[in-house]
Design a protein around this ligand. Structure first.
Ligand SMILES: [Zn+2]
Length: 182
C-alpha cells in the first residue's frame, strides 16, 4: 500500500537516475512528494506507528529537513513531543531551545534511511545529552548495510546503485535523468 502511494504521488520513480552523490540508480525516492499531501502522510506514517506498538519512547527527533514531517506526524499519532536537530556550520545540533533530558528515550525519525549517516549524526547529538536512542523510524528503508539500531520502516525498497563508470543501465544505453531538474 505504501509502495503504491509513493508511486502515485511521484515520490518513487523507476528508471535511470543521476543521484546528487554522482552515482547512478534505478530508483529515485523523494518522500516530500508524498508528504505534501497531509492525508496521505497521515496514512503512510500510521503504518510506522503501528509497528511502534510496544516500543517505549518519550520524544521523537527528526533530522532536518527530511525527518521533520515524519517526526511530527509520529509524535502527533503517538501522543509524544517531536523536535528536530539541524545543521549549523556543518554540524547537527539542537537549536530553538529544544533539549533532551538525561535518560529520555528517543526515537529518531527519517523519511529515508540509506546509509544511516544523518540518523547517526542525530543519535550522536542525543547521546551526548544523555538521551537513550531506542530506534530509527522511517518511511522508506533502502539501507544495504546493517544499521546499528532497530529500524521501524514503512516499506523496504531495494535499489541498485552504480558507479557512473560501471553502470548496467548506461551499458543498456538507457537515457539518464537528473531528478529535481525537470
Ligand atoms: Zn548509468
Amino acid at each position: 500500500m505504501l509502495i503504491s502511494m509513493l508511486k502515485e504521488t511521484g515520490a518513487l520513480l523507476e528508471g535511470h537516475f543521476l543521484l546528487s552523490s554522482g552515482k547512478h540508480s534505478d530508483v529515485y525516492i523523494q518522500c516530500a512528494k508524498l508528504l505534501m499531501y497531509p492525508e496521505r502522510a497521515e496514512k503512510a506514517i500510521g503504518l510506522i506507528v503501528d509497528k511502534l506498538k510496544g516500543v517505549d519512547f518519550d520524544i521523537v527527533v527528526g533530522p532536518a529537513i527530511g525527518g521533520i514531517i515524519v517526526s511530527y506526524e509520529i509524535g502527533r499519532q503517538a501522543g509524544k513531543p517531536s523536535i528536530f536537530v539541524e545543521r549549523e556550520n556543518g554540524n547537527m545540533r539542537l537549536r530553538r531551545g529544544f533539549t533532551i533530558e538525561k535518560g529520555q528515550k528517543v526515537l529518531i525519525a527519517e523519511d529515508v534511511v540509506t546509509t544511516g549517516k544523518s540518523s547517526y549524526e542525530a543519535i550522536k547529538v542525543v547521546e551526548e545529552l544523555g538521551g537513550e536512542v531506542v530506534g530509527i523510524a522511517c518511511l522508506v528503508d533502502r539501507s544495504k548495510e546493517k544499521i546499528m539500531y532497530p529500524v521501524y520502516y514503512g516499506v523496504k525498497i531495494e535499489a541498485n546503485i552504480y558507479d557512473s563508470e560501471n553502470c548496467s543501465l548506461c551499458k543498456m544505453n538507457r537515457s539518464i535523468v537528473k531528478p529535481g531538474s525537470r
